[in-house]
Design a protein. Structure first.
Length: 73
């Protein structure tokens, strides 16, 4: 089974049970400093183990160290 969600404004699909860390690995971003928002809420890195849910709106942006700026990808 799969789960449909929105990633940076575009429709996306992943296998059911995929967590945010798995999504980053799939996107080859697991070693890149990023910020993740799910449904408008910025998540701490410790929360990236949560599974992606159907209908989630996920935004991933590059984090700029020592800054409050997140650059959309």
């Amino acid at each position: 089974m799969s789960v449909d969600f929105t990633l940076n404004g575009e429709p996306s699909t992943m296998p059911q049970g995929t967590h945010l860390n798995g999504l980053l690995k799939e996107l080859e971003l697991n070693n890149t400093p990023v910020t993740i928002k799910v449904n408008g809420k910025r998540l701490m890195r410790k929360d990236w183990q949560q599974a992606i849910q159907a209908g989630d709106r996920i935004e991933i942006g590059l984090s700029i160290p020592h800054s409050c700026i997140t650059v959309p990808m």
